[in-house]
Write a protein of this length. Sequence first.
Length: 558
Amino acid sequence: MARLNSDHLSVINNPNVAGSGCGFTLNGLSLGGKTSLLGLPNIVDLLPVPQSANKPEATIRNTPGAGCGNDQLRAEVTKSAATRFKYQWYKNGTAMNGATQPAIAATGPGTYEVEVTEDEPCRNQMAKSPPFTVTATSLPSAPTKQPKGCGAFILAANAGTNKVEWAGPGISGPRATQDTLHVTGPNGKTVYKLKITSATDATCFVETSLEVDFNRPADYKLNLPPQTACRESITLRAAPAPAWDSFSWIQPDNSTVSGADITARRSGTYLVVARSTATGCESKDQVTVTLNPPPPAPTLVSGSSATVCQGDPLPTLLASGSSLKWYADPNQTTQVGSGTSFQPVLSGTPPQPLRYYVTQTVSGTCVSPAAQVEVFIRSGPPLQLAQKAYSACFTAGSVVFLDAGRGNNWIYEWREVGVPRVLGTQQQLMVSKPGSYSVRVSDGQCFSGETLTVTETCSARFSLPDAFTPNGDGINDRFALKGQFMTRFELKVYNRWGGVIFALEGTDPAAVADKFWDGTYRNEPVPPGAYSYRLNIWQQQDTREESFTRQGTVYVIR
């Protein structure tokens, strides 16, 4: 190792042996009258003290606490000569924030571990304890209330084998310790308190309460006038109201349908039954429905479907009937036209197929079912391009083959963009220069088109010798880079201590062939042997410049 301004190098004869056994020699190698600068590490007055032969071990000692599992955890360390340690506790595999003391209080059930590190000079070994699982007494705290008719409820503690204590109006004696209670009361709200105590730990308990509303809500009102419709069905809806949140319907034939909505398909009286989940109460109201048959759907003069190629004008749709209206959706919410003819107009990306619906109105109020017209927009053949962008080194004689994909009886036309002349009529086109090329493909009915981009990209090519003989005979006298298609390069050669003894930058290796390394340093020949080098090369890739590095060894042979 080098020592600043010393005429000798120090030597470690046994570097794999700790302490004085390493065989350190202060003045081990003469520099022949020269002095050294800083090089390899030069601090020799502090040698590492060997670690203890015994690796410390850590365990966790648990002291259970009263009141639902308040455990105290302490780290214990054995087989260590250290007296000071650093601690880090983990819960379920995650470091606990601020838990760096020898003992902690468990923060609930889970798996705990502690990591202990010796905290003394030259002693820093680490040990991690085996996992320790903390469990806590779990008590149920989710009592329920269930209406049992209007003004009556069933209360359930859901406590399992644990002790139950109820408190509230009308609860006394043995009833106070039952898990399930039947309670009634006058109009108003009543609060029942509940305490659940662990069957195995009298210090562990949970307290909660239930509020029961014995009030009867005001009667439910449907607020629907008699319903008359010129169609085969009508939807009736029971709107939610305060306290009323569950509904069912009784139809004219006395059948029952659950839910707030019902589709009435016959004339008669419909009875709604409203229920209050919170109180168990029930209320009823009714509405009268009269249904008249609708007129028939209009006649489609232009047919029920049409097909056009993408990009062509859409056909005019024709129908016959009274007061015709055209819609773009089956629910007839978006009207797009009226009368016996309709001209569709495309906007954005249309669905496939386009669907339009036409109705007629009789006597001003009765609307017929809709007649549906489908317009199919046929796309050209689906191009299956292998790729849309190509690159090659045309300077080196390369060519690329543009591929539009294969189809059944497809017809191809290739052109250079901006040039009307057809370059090819096959699936592939050979290109020997960069540019933009378009292809138009037809299946005999419709066509598709695409534009492909071709750019020139030449990857750098280079070579470096593994050895050279700088003897002045004109043959292999220099460590010279050869190559092409690079935008610039940088070559550095290093001695065995990592010092740069040669460096050269340029853009064309051939232009600086006589400037590459000739095996000298400061005009003096370097000793024969191996020297490491680092070569950085930059090349143009499409619109960006890329670089890569090669490192290796070159041998000077004399």
